[in-house]
Design a protein around this ligand. Structure first.
Ligand code: SF4
Length: 132
């Protein structure tokens, strides 16, 4: 078994502005009710767990039609080390997203009562600072 390498800074920077991550941050839910609304409920589960050497395109395409893509990706990032396609992302894509996710969630927890700007605004502000 090979160990996944840590994502590089430019990969994390790209993940930070990925619309899928921004959606997950704004649509995050604290219960599992979203699961019953997933498109994958009516598809063979194997579709969402391709072997590492197989393409994940069909699963990602199905996720892109799913109304609960945001909460689904948020869940996968909360869990951290999960296999398969979740919220239209592959495990490899989520490795870089996870670094950005944990940093943002920590900032949100530090802000406690939501006195700061919305999460999406904070991420976009951070990105504009980082690209100067
Ligand atoms: S985003 Fe994909 S994996 Fe998540 S619930 Fe929807 S279809 Fe299923």
């Amino acid at each position: 078994m090979t160990r996944a390498r840590m994502p590089r800074p430019h990969e994390v920077a790209a993940a930070r502005r990925d619309p899928r991550l921004l959606r997950a941050l704004t649509e995050r839910q604290f219960d599992d009710a979203w699961r019953t609304r997933g498109v994958c409920q009516s598809v063979d589960p194997e579709t969402f767990f391709p072997a590492p050497s197989e393409p994940a395109d069909s699963a990602v395409a199905l996720c892109r039609t799913c109304d609960v893509q945001g909460p689904c990706l948020a869940w996968a990032l909360e869990v951290g080390d999960c296999h398969g396609v979740w919220g239209a992302t592959t495990p490899r894509e989520r490795r870089a997203m996870l670094v950005a996710w944990r940093a943002q969630v920590q900032r949100d927890e530090d802000a406690v009562d939501g006195a700061g700007p919305p999460v999406r605004d904070q991420l976009l502000t951070l990105e504009s600072v980082n690209t100067r």
